[in-house]
Design a protein around this ligand. Structure first.
Ligand SMILES: *[C@@H]1O[C@H](CO)[C@@H](O)[C@H](O)[C@H]1NC(C)=O
Ligand SMILES: *[C@@H]1O[C@H](CO)[C@@H](O)[C@H](O)[C@H]1NC(C)=O
Length: 254
């Protein structure tokens, strides 16, 4: 009831980003975990997304995860891009490995993310894992995320395409099957308390010009991913920030 009253006083539309800049302390920092396999671990879309967020005035963010990569850092048009490199990308990982290994709960309790940006499943496609098994794994992982934090905000991305001449048409088809199923999964699984937002990183991604070797994004591909992710990540960040700010204001009023 009281939260609702405050909600009316501080609607999300009223310059939330500006409000937050005056209050961007630890209590309003939003922790974001990039999660997946090599397309998360060794790539630079995280750097470009970080830069776009900073440039748009969203500075109360902390990328989290058990390690910082890529080892060589990131450049854009030849200029070094400084960013928070922490992430939970593990090269070669399948989403079904994460589900079977129970590795996620440990990382979640160490990093305590508010938001998770997920791109994972390409290695499952390469290993011909069935769509049903992949989505059982996603189900298990969202359960683990919500156990760790009932308000987890998940950005679920459709997988970028891979070059069929390199990986075989059946693997490329699997990527499309998962992506199609992802639409229904997001609709079924999202909740008001723990929203899942779909980002389509597949449509418009050209594996011929946007990958290094048919799988991993090159600079152009990383820029494409960051630009596609940015509006939806930003909206969710503002939402989470307002929740945190209101929690802080409530604490001061008590
Ligand atoms: C899962 O466990 C296997 C076998 O121990 C290991 O090779 C793999 O790297 C682990 N993957 C993940 C994603 O935890
Ligand atoms: C992938 O798995 C399906 C179902 O088990 C099987 O029918 C198909 O032949 C497999 N494809 C490849 C390329 O191994």
């Amino acid at each position: 009831m009281i939260t609702y009253t405050l909600g009316l006083l501080i609607p999300a539309s009223v310059g939330a980003a500006a409000l937050l800049n005056t209050r961007a302390d630890a209590a309003t920092t939003v922790k974001v975990m990039p999660f997946g396999a090599s397309i998360v671990e060794i790539t630079c879309w995280r750097a470009y997304l970080w830069k776009k967020l900073q440039d748009s005035g969203i500075t109360n963010i902390d990328f989290v995860g058990s390690h910082g990569t890529p080892a060589a850092g990131c450049t854009l048009n030849g200029q070094t891009v400084n960013f928070d490199e922490d992430n939970e990308g593990h090269s070669g990982a399948k989403v079904t490995d994460y589900a079977n290994n129970n590795s996620l709960p440990r990382w979640l309790s160490a990093a305590e993310p508010d938001m998770i940006i997920m791109h994972v499943g390409t290695n499952d496609a390469a290993a011909n894992v069935s769509t049903a098994n992949v989505f059982s794994a996603y189900d298990k992982l969202i359960g683990q995320m919500r156990t760790a934090n009932p308000r987890t905000s998940l950005i679920a991305s459709k997988l970028i395409p891979i070059d069929p001449s390199l990986f075989g048409q059946s693997v490329a088809d699997k990527v499309n099957d998962y992506n199609y199923a992802m639409e229904g999964w997001v609709k079924r699984t999202t909740t008001a308390q723990s929203p899942i937002v779909l980002v389509d990183l597949n449509t418009g991604f050209d594996y011929k010009t946007m990958t290094r070797e048919g799988e991993h994004p090159n600079e152009k591909g990383d820029v494409f991913m960051a630009e596609k992710l940015f509006p939806k990540v930003k909206d969710q960040l503002v939402e989470l920030s307002v929740q945190k700010l209101m929690g802080e204001v409530m604490g001061e009023l008590r």
